[in-house]
Design a protein around this ligand. Structure first.
Ligand SMILES: [Mg+2]
Length: 228
């Protein structure tokens, strides 16, 4: 579709499977995560604002973010930055993490329709499991939870999404991916999927520039796009 066309016109999107990013799509973790990540990077010696964290690291794996931080510092990390981030984030999530509004209803409808679905996240399996457990979303996915740690290269490369589609037994071209990050959108397009961008911390404009086929700003719009 062109940038000028309305996002919610009748699209005919009728996927064989729906692939969900985790952070920012299933769980509303990104405001908390980026505040904490900016804080630990700044403590390491690289002044980083919340906005910097969103722009540079949202949607990447922790390992890839750490490599990027070391490159910016021009030296190895002095602290266990990722471990500290994970500890603080887990504590904050246990208190405050919620599901993204409307996603439970979408998952109920997909489950009722028998549409295969999975999670494909830059997080580690442990991080994904924690988020799904706190928000009680895990039962919608069963074993179909895929982490960037399962493939050689994470988002924005297509490998995680190709792995997810292969595990579901579905052609990537017949999958719809829901993503809130530029890295994720790029990875999904590289895998040949139809990508719905969920604009929140990353703008609709940036998601479109990354290649999103459709952009929404709330979950009920995804339900309309999918004809539910
Ligand atoms: Mg995300």
């Amino acid at each position: 579709m062109t940038g000028a066309a309305p996002d919610l016109r009748v699209t005919g999107v009728s996927p064989e499977a729906v692939v969900f990013d985790c952070d920012g799509v299933l769980v509303d973790s990104e405001p908390l995560s980026n505040a904490i990540f900016a804080q630990v990077i700044t403590e390491e010696g690289l002044l980083t604002t919340f906005e910097d964290s969103v722009r540079l690291y949202l949607g990447r794996s922790n390992a890839e973010s750490a490599a990027q931080i070391e490159a910016a510092l021009g030296r190895p990390l002095r602290t266990d930055l990722i471990g500290e981030y994970e500890r603080r984030a887990a504590a904050a999530f246990c208190k405050e993490l919620t599901a993204v509004p409307g996603v439970r209803e979408l998952l109920d409808e997909l489950a009722a329709a028998g549409t295969p679905r999975c999670v494909a996240s830059s997080g580690t399996p442990e991080e994904i499991a924690l988020r799904l457990e706190i928000t009680r979303l895990g039962h919608y996915f069963g074993d179909h939870v895929y982490s960037a740690s399962m493939v050689p290269r994470g988002k924005p490369e297509p490998e995680l999404f190709l792995h997810a589609a292969a595990q579901l037994g579905v052609d990537p071209a017949q999958c719809v991916l829901i993503e809130d990050s530029r890295y994720g959108v790029r990875g999904g397009k590289a895998a040949g999927m139809t990508v719905i961008g969920m604009a929140a911390l990353v703008s609709a404009e940036d998601l479109r520039a990354a290649g999103a086929d459709h952009v929404v700003d709330e979950m009920p719009q995804v339900r309309k796009l999918l004809g539910l």
